[in-house]
Design a protein around this ligand. Structure first.
Ligand SMILES: NC(=O)c1ccc[n+]([C@@H]2O[C@H](COP(=O)([O-])OP(=O)(O)OC[C@H]3O[C@@H](n4cnc5c(N)ncnc54)[C@H](OP(=O)(O)O)[C@@H]3O)[C@@H](O)[C@H]2O)c1
Length: 243
């Protein structure tokens, strides 16, 4: 079994590489830029779990680079069993302050690049008549909050796209689901200031941030959940919508 994981160099993506490698998956670990520290980290995981972990480099904001990255992955002619569209960027700002350029930039990264990579790689899944796509959405895409126009709308769009993909790909035995985490303890989880973080914690039943392992374990669950498709799995410490 093989998995493609984007944003593999840090945060949730790095934890997913480790979790899937531990379960015996061969991995294409996708990161933006070539980096010696990342290469050493990935070879360490490959050795530890006796699997292949191959770094693949492309900038998700660059269509040509995404196409080259996908071409490289497809040229290996190995099965692509799981695709995790994990790489993403956060952005906040009041509705009136968000420029068209910024909106385009966030949608380019969080929506268009995810769609393009899936379009390119799902061809292999269609040929092999099996596969599982996991889109990293967000609790923010389900619970609109002031100041979250670009990020929240991009993740809400990915929730819709997940459901469309699930319906279109089901005849090929390809399942598509989304993870919608709440506050997770990564660089992005600390994007908001402490006051905003506390407000979010106040809306949650479990009053602390989730860990990257919590999210990686949920992705592993989805990868093995053969009867689950078109589902948005929230993982948000019991975030009370509108609370
Ligand atoms: N942490 C949270 O609280 C939270 C909550 C809900 C959803 N999520 C979602 O979970 C996913 C992972 O988040 P995280 O917390 O792990 O974030 P993170 O720690 O900020 O990591 C983001 C990852 O995305 C990669 N990335 C960003 N722009 C890229 C580009 N143009 N090309 C290639 N890679 C790019 C980063 O690579 P570089 O190192 O090169 O920047 C990094 O590997 C995201 O989709 C995020 O929206 C996170």
């Amino acid at each position: 079994m093989n998995a493609v994981i984007t944003g593999a160099n840090r945060g949730i993506g790095r934890a997913m590489v480790e979790a899937f490698a531990e379960k015996g998956y061969g991995i294409w670990a996708c990161a933006r830029k070539k980096n010696d520290e990342f290469e050493a980290d990935m070879s360490g995981l490959a050795e530890k779990f006796s699997v292949e972990v191959e770094p693949v480099y492309f900038d998700m904001s660059d269509e040509a680079q995404i196409k080259d990255g996908a071409k490289h992955i497809l040229s290996a002619k190995r099965s692509i069993d799981v695709l995790i569209n994990n790489a993403g960027v956060a952005h906040g700002g009041s509705f009136v302050s968000v420029s068209q350029d910024k909106l385009r930039e966030i949608f380019q990264m969080n929506v268009f690049s995810q769609v393009l990579l899936t379009q390119l790689l799902v061809r292999a899944m269609i040929r092999q008549k099996s596969g599982c796509v996991i889109n990293m959405c967000s609790a923010g895409g389900l619970d609109p909050q002031p100041g979250c126009l670009s990020y929240g709308a991009s993740k809400a769009t990915m929730i819709y796209i997940t459901k469309v993909e699930a319906r279109e790909f089901a005849p090929f035995n390809i399942r598509v689901n989304a993870l919608a985490p709440g506050l997770i303890d990564t660089e992005m989880g600390h994007y908001k200031n402490d006051v905003e973080i506390q407000k979010t914690l106040n809306r949650m039943c479990i009053k602390h941030m989730g860990s990257v392992k919590d999210v990686a374990d949920a992705a592993l669950y989805i990868a093995g959940a053969e009867f689950m498709t078109g589902h948005i799995l929230t993982l948000d410490g019991g975030h009370v919508i509108g609370g």
